[in-house]
Write a protein that binds this ligand. Structure first.
Ligand SMILES: Cc1cc2nc3c(=O)[nH]c(=O)nc-3n(C[C@H](O)[C@H](O)[C@H](O)COP(=O)(O)O)c2cc1C
Length: 183
């Protein structure tokens, strides 16, 4: 897929067929993620992979309860999160959590770049992804890391769901970019 086409046509996917994604494919996507640039080439990322729609459904319920208890007052997400039927992981087959493995100041940015690579590579393979920022605080809770087997000194940064798209959503609008041509 042409890069500009990939950039234009990638969408946040929230409806999946339920079909599994095999481990080889997940490893290929991780291979694309680690091609991202990183500050001082430290490559400060690691990947925690949760597989299985039913497992993710159960974790969605946990994450939703956590989000409900921790949302800031007046959050526009409150109505969604209060609905017991709301699935934070949208019925996906896989959750890949890109974690910063050190406390360097730019590791967070590095993991975000790896996340974009991951999502574009998935799109090029006909798979769908969505970054689930709503789950990040929950994933960073020590008890959740322990439950999932994520090492205590990893910092979950980019939670991305992955699966086979049920439908391709319409493009989301973009505002005209604000540019200042500096002196
Ligand atoms: C940092 C970040 C956090 C996001 N968190 C969520 C989320 O918690 N749940 C969700 O359904 N989508 C989430 N999204 C997806 C955005 O809503 C989506 O990317 C945006 O609406 C633009 O649509 P597009 O990706 O199809 O262009 C997140 C995206 C980013 C980049």
């Amino acid at each position: 897929m042409d890069l500009m086409d990939a950039l234009r046509t990638r969408r946040a996917l929230r409806e999946f067929t339920g079909g599994l994604v095999d481990d080889v494919t997940i490893e290929e996507l991780v291979g694309a993620a680690v091609l991202a640039p990183s500050a001082v080439n430290l490559q400060p990322w690691a990947f925690a992979v949760v597989r299985g729609t039913e497992r993710l459904r159960a974790l969605s319920a946990e994450a939703r309860r956590y989000a409900l208890a921790h949302l800031p007052a007046g959050s526009p997400l409150a109505t969604h999160v209060a609905d017991p039927a709301f699935e934070i992981f949208h019925g996906a087959a896989v959750l890949v959590v890109i974690c910063a493995i050190n406390g360097e100041t730019q590791s967070f940015e590095d993991c975000c770049l790896a996340g974009q690579n991951f999502m574009l590579a998935a799109h090029a393979k006909g798979l769908g992804t969505c970054w689930i920022g709503l789950s990040r605080a929950w994933l960073n809770d020590p008890s959740v890391k322990s439950e999932l087997g994520i090492p205590a000194d990893w910092h979950p940064t980019a939670p991305i769901i992955l699966g086979h798209p049920l439908t391709l959503p319409a493009p989301t609008p973009r505002e005209k970019a604000r540019i200042v041509w500096c002196q």
